[in-house]
Design a protein around this ligand. Structure first.
Ligand code: C2E
Ligand code: MG
Ligand code: MG
Ligand code: MG
Length: 284
């Protein structure tokens, strides 16, 4: 154990810090293995509801990791690890392919229904100049029409490596996929950037939806984002609707689409498929 001359002068041996690092290395090795042998990874699907009609128009794919020892690990915990180790690229590619395949499978069941599939794409994936080629490959392999795939990114993608990311986004637009900004309102994107980037959809962050009908109800920010979307010709999606009052308020504001526990939690593929076959199971 390092003996400090004065308090805080030397780094002390800290067993919790040590196990933290070893832990992260172990978890990264586990994730690498899970990516080779995909049975620990799965996608859950949360429906997207059209507020006007109350019908399911598509799903968002959300990755899950069922670790053999640690149990279910939240993406909030392992996506940052995947990003810092570069594993986000194979992981992201697997998510894209699996979600697209699932969307085609559901479409085959009911050809009259045009379902969209939203996939979260990390900022680290936009660093790959070949992201458009990867997306085009997945569309070709699965047969999913481009306009039915929506890629969700955070505002940081617009604000960092701007020129490179703009080029990637323009190529993706050329392929025909939709682009959405996730958690909109929590970052620092300026209106000028929003106009410059070829974005189709704004997803209103859950924190703004929460303030509607909460302890201190404040609908002003959600309403502002809906109006912003309308004036820029972008669709708006409310994230995290949990209450009937929020559903009504957002619909009244003219918000187009919504997701949230009020309608459905993210579900394993089989249960999400059952929801499609029996829409009465949905609250809306
Ligand atoms: P996100 O894309 O903003 O997804 C929404 C998150 O909010 C999901 O958490 C979802 O389960 C949760 N949620 C949905 N409705 C409600 C609600 O009514 N109330 C509350 N309290 N929560 C709700 P999840 O699945 O844990 O995912 C967390 C984040 O991890 C996602 O946020 C996304 O940023 C990231 N993520 C998930 N899957 C992927 C993936 O395949 N690739 C990448 N790069 N990131 C992913
Ligand atoms: Mg998302
Ligand atoms: Mg979100
Ligand atoms: Mg969010």
């Amino acid at each position: 154990r390092a003996k400090a001359a004065g308090e805080g002068t030397f780094a002390r041996y800290d067993p919790t810090m040590h196990s933290g690092l070893v832990d992260r290395l172990q978890l990264a090795a586990d994730l690498r293995r899970a990516l080779d042998n995909k049975d620990e990874l799965e996608l859950h699907y949360q429906p997207t509801i059209e507020l006007r009609s109350g019908t399911i128009i598509g799903f968002e794919a959300l990755v899950r990791w069922r670790h053999p020892v640690r149990g279910m690990i939240s993406p909030a915990d392992f996506i940052p690890l995947a990003e810092s180790t570069g594993l986000i690229r194979p992981l992201g590619q697997w998510v894209l392919a699996e979600a697209s395949r699932q969307c085609v499978e559901w479409g085959a069941y009911d050809p009259d229904r045009v379902l969209t599939m939203a996939v979260n794409v990390s900022g680290r994936q936009f660093d790959q100049p070949d992201l458009p080629a990867i997306v085009a490959g997945v569309l070709a392999d699965t047969g999913l029409p481009a306009e039915r795939l929506c890629l969700e990114m955070t505002e940081s993608v617009l604000m960092t490596d701007t020129e490179e990311n703009l080029a990637v986004l323009l190529s993706l637009k050329e392929i025909g996929v939709k682009l959405a900004i996730d958690d909109f309102g929590t970052g620092y994107s300026s209106l000028a950037y929003l106009r410059r980037f070829p974005v189709d959809t704004l997803k209103i962050d859950r924190s703004f939806v929460e303030r509607i009908g909460g302890a201190t109800p404040d609908a002003a920010l959600a309403r502002t984002i809906v109006q912003l979307g309308q004036s820029l010709g972008m669709a708006t999606v409310a994230e995290g609707i949990e209450q009937y009052a929020q559903f009504l308020a957002l619909r009244r504001m003219g918000c187009d689409l919504a997701q949230g526990y009020y309608f459905s939690r993210p579900l394993p593929a089989e249960e999400a498929g059952a929801l499609l076959r029996d829409p009465a199971a949905l609250v809306a």
